[in-house]
Structure formats: structure tokens, C-alpha cells
Design a protein around this ligand. Structure first.
Ligand SMILES: Nc1ncnc2c1ncn2[C@@H]1O[C@H](COP(=O)(O)OP(=O)(O)O)[C@@H](O)[C@H]1O
Ligand SMILES: [Mg+2]
Length: 249
């Protein structure tokens, strides 16, 4: 479980996270939803110190990240898989070398053990035998699969994903959402996914935190969401005609 308590963050004078508290459950794909600029990326980055925070606590199964010593922080970071928009694949490295990278950085495994683990992860994301392709040879969906394989290669306890299906067609986007959810459940990972995509919300929204202008405005499941009376949430969710119709039916 990842618990955040009273997180506050400003950039210069602008308050971006306003006293946000939430429990992200283990074995679940916890969604943070909200319009663009609502603070989702800042929140995710704040969890692992890529952003400092002005106030609050981030507890990884009881360990307060921001109070840990540098060595302990480094150890905890190795338990966290990340799928960030900016942490794309190295385009001069093959798929295999991209996935090997964390193992080479952080483990003493033999080359054979490392390759076995890479193959295990490639198999899990349905990309067996793609080891020697370059990122330029992959489709958008395949690129995300490789990024997922890299994010899970260290068998993380926590998985943080920032808009993992952005830029994909709707069908591929749902496949990626489902893959993240399956891997989360199989390995009992505490997963957090940022998204503004309502298809994702309706597909995998079992634990949802809605951020509006830096405040946690609502929380619940996709079923709660359909019947919610929260005005801001409804404006966000039912912005499209399709979802408006869903609400009426
Ligand atoms: N490094 C930064 N410096 C200044 N302002 C920032 C920085 N990062 C984010 N912001 C601001 O914080 C707000 C929330 O941004 P962000 O967390 O990226 O939202 P989201 O991911 O929900 O689109 C935005 O107004 C953005 O301009
Ligand atoms: Mg963002």
C-alpha cells in the first residue's frame, strides 16, 4: 500500500497540490484522474522525490519516503517500476538491452540469469523473440509493452504509470490498460496510473482518485462514478456526448 497524507506542493506562488490524501491499495490498479493541469504528474513525481513536497507524508508500506536516508531511498526506488512519458526507451539500444538496463545497474545477476529474466518479461507482454529489434522498428503499442517489460524486470512492489496509453488508438490503449491490470493482480503490486482517458476509467477503474485544481475532489469506483452527484467530477466525466448518454441510460 502507498498512503499519501496531506501532500502540499507549490511552484513559485502557484499551489499545485492542495492537501491531498489517499490510500493506494495493494494488488489494485489505482487511478488518478483529472483534466490536464490538475496536478496528476506532479503528484506521481512527488511520491518518489522527482519533485520535492512542501508538506505531507508519502508512506510505502509504512516507510516515509521523504524521511529516508539516501541509501534507504535508493533501495526503495529499486522496488518501484516506472512507466513515465519522459522515461521512454533508449532508441540506440535493442529491446533486450533496454530491458537489461535496470538489471545491469542494480543486480549482480550473471548474464545468463539476466537474459532469462528479460525473456520472462518479454513473454509476459507477448513480445517473445523481439529481443533484437530497435525501438524504431516497434509500433506504438509494442513500445509500451517493452516499457512495461522494463518496468517489471526488477519484480517491483510498486508500479507508477503516467498516462501509459497516451498516443495509442482506443483498442490498443485498452489492451495496455488490461495488461497493466493483469500484471498488477498476478504480482500483488501497488499500481498507480494517471489518466484523463474515460475509456481507461470505465475499463479498469476499481479505485479512483479525482484531482481537480490540485485538490482531491472525489474518490470511488467506476460504478460509483456513474451515479455521482459531484459537480466537478460530472463536468469532467460527462464532457463527451457518449458518456452523457451513458449517464442517462
Ligand atoms: N516544474 C514545474 N514548474 C512550474 N510549474 C509546474 C511544474 N510542473 C508542473 N507545473 C504546473 O503544475 C500544474 C499541474 O501540472 P501537472 O502535474 O503536469 O498536471 P497534469 O499531469 O494533471 O496535466 C500545471 O499548472 C503546471 O503548469
Ligand atoms: Mg500529466
Amino acid at each position: 500500500m502507498i498512503e499519501i497524507k496531506n501532500i502540499c506542493k507549490s511552484f513559485s506562488e502557484k499551489l499545485v497540490l492542495d492537501n491531498v490524501s489517499f490510500n493506494f491499495k495493494r494488488g489494485k490498479t489505482n487511478l488518478i484522474i483529472g483534466e490536464s493541469g490538475s496536478g496528476k504528474t506532479t503528484l506521481l513525481r512527488s511520491l518518489i522525490g522527482l519533485n520535492s513536497i512542501d508538506d505531507g507524508e508519502v508512506l510505502f508500506d509504512g516507510r516515509d519516503f521523504h524521511k529516508l536516508k539516501i541509501k534507504e531511498k535508493r533501495k526503495l526506488r529499486q522496488e518501484i517500476g516506472m512507466l513515465f512519458q519522459k522515461g521512454a526507451l533508449y532508441d540506440y539500444m535493442t529491446v533486450q538491452d533496454n530491458i537489461l538496463f535496470p538489471l545491469t545497474m542494480f543486480t549482480e545477476f550473471s548474464i545468463e540469469e539476466k537474459i532469462n529474466r528479460v525473456n520472462e518479461c518479454l513473454k509476459r507482454v507477448n513480445l517473445e523473440n523481439c529481443n533484437h529489434l530497435l525501438p524504431s522498428e516497434l509500433s506504438g503499442g509494442m513500445t509500451k509493452r517493452v516499457s512495461i517489460a522494463r518496468a517489471i524486470v526488477m519484480k517491483p512492489k510498486y508500479l507508477l504509470c503516467d498516462e501509459p496509453n497516451s498516443g495509442l488508438d482506443p483498442k490498443t490503449a485498452i489492451l495496455i490498460d488490461n495488461l497493466i491490470q493483469e500484471i498488477t493482480e498476478e504480482n500483488n503490486i501497488t499500481t498507480i496510473v494517471n489518466t484523463h482517458d474515460m475509456n481507461s476509467v470505465m475499463e479498469i477503474g476499481e479505485s479512483i482518485a479525482y484531482l481537480h485544481k490540485g485538490k482531491l475532489c472525489w474518490q470511488g469506483t467506476k460504478d460509483d462514478l456513474i451515479n455521482s452527484q459531484n459537480k466537478e467530477l460530472n463536468n469532467f466525466v460527462f464532457a463527451s456526448k457518449l458518456f452523457k448518454r451513458l449517464k442517462k441510460s
